[in-house]
Write a new protein. Structure first.
Length: 381
């Protein structure tokens, strides 16, 4: 096993594919609501503190996922792993979450654990270093422990393994400015977020930063920053990495992750959610080409009930995975995007992923590329 990955587009040699085993519910607490607040249609997270602190009628902290959806998700993730293996890529897997897993607990909170499915979130691979990033959702606090056997194997083979400081995740750990800013809350304000409840474990606003907020371009890292939790995480990265990398902040391109807004398909070419992304990018990257797919076809998505929790926008299919600079894995249902990429000379590998809006991720989210053939290049000079 060899850990070396500097980008998202050079030839993929080794990858970890997440596991959807026993993904049966969402733990809806303050941390979950704040993280997903832009997409909780009908259950807006602007209500998070009032509903949780006042035990609003009908609120269920554990939100059940229909068994059929969970089974179909598991089928699609296993098929994704098989497709990658069929392309000659070494595929590694996390430990599956055991059935009936006991709750995990922090200082003043408890949550049912989440399987290691969207594994791009809590880990950042920079060259030969594994960096476990500080999670923002309580139920995902120990998620990387399910990846520990794979990480251990890479460490024993010579990789560096680092963990960023772990947040305490009390109510007062979170910067609420993004959720409270009506200019960035889709659909407008509903109910004000109440003041967080004090805890004897409060340390103030803490660093929280997902690996999926970082766009890797060799020596350059583009990081989406939407509030102070993210800013503190970027400052840690700057101190840790020193002058080895150039870090470029983009301000509020999204509430959290950048990889459903813009992805690099090859040097000089981005896949972007909309044309305005160019203006949000660092100056040296505005001269690249920006491919904007057609609007999503509503018929490409399953129809869900009011009791089903939708966690992503219809643009989630932009979350593709590049096998190399010419080959891209695209959701079978996203025919408009596939046609755009084929017209640009890319080979498209269609892969089924039915319930991407229910589980908060696409192919890029579900994977963590650990070995790509590309080196530590300077794409901006």
């Amino acid at each position: 096993m060899l850990l070396t990955s500097h980008d998202d587009f050079t030839p993929l040699r080794e990858v970890i594919v997440g596991s959807a085993a026993h993904y049966l519910s969402h733990e809806r607490d303050v941390s979950f609501e704040l993280f997903h607040h832009e997409h909780l249609a009908g259950y807006r997270s602007d209500w998070a503190y009032p509903r949780l602190t006042r035990a609003a009628a009908g609120h269920r902290e554990s939100w059940a996922i229909k068994a059929r959806y969970a089974e179909e998700l598991h089928e699609d993730v296993e098929a994704l792993a098989a497709v990658l293996a069929g392309l000659g890529i070494a595929v590694h897997r996390p430990l599956p979450l055991p059935p009936g897993a006991a709750p995990i607990a922090g200082l003043g909170w408890e949550a049912a654990p989440t399987p290691a499915l969207n594994i791009r979130d809590n880990t950042l691979i920079l060259g030969t270093e594994i960096i476990e990033t500080p999670p923002a959702i309580r139920s995902r606090y120990l998620e990387t422990r399910l990846l520990a056997p794979v990480f251990t194997a890479y460490w024993q083979a010579g990789a560096t393994w680092t963990t960023m400081p772990r947040p305490t995740l009390t109510d007062n750990s979170f910067d609420l400015s993004y959720a409270r800013d009506t200019a960035t809350t889709l659909g407008g304000p509903t109910e004000a977020v109440d003041d967080p409840r004090p805890s004897p474990y409060d340390v103030g606003v803490e660093m929280m930063l997902d690996g999926a907020q970082v766009l890797r371009l060799g020596r350059d890292l583009v990081v989406n920053v939407a509030q102070n939790n993210h800013e503190q995480g970027v400052r840690w990265l700057e101190r840790h990495l020193g002058d080895r990398y150039r870090i470029h902040r983009v301000w509020r391109m999204a509430d959290n992750h950048i990889d459903s807004m813009v992805l690099a398909l090859r040097p000089g070419v981005f896949l972007a959610r909309h044309a305005g992304i160019r203006d949000l990018m660092p100056d040296p990257l505005r001269s690249w080409r920006y491919l904007v797919p057609p609007e999503p076809d509503a018929g490409a998505f399953p129809v869900y009930d009011d009791s089903d929790l939708v966690l992503t926008s219809p643009y989630i299919d932009l979350n593709v995975l590049s096998v190399d600079e010419h080959t891209v894995l695209v959701n079978t249902e996203c025919t408009g995007l596939a046609k755009l990429l084929e017209a640009e000379g890319f080979d498209v590998v269609p892969v089924r992923h039915r319930h991407r809006r229910l589980f908060g991720g696409g192919f890029h989210c579900f994977t963590l590329d650990t070995h790509r053939a590309g080196g530590f290049e300077d794409y901006l000079s």
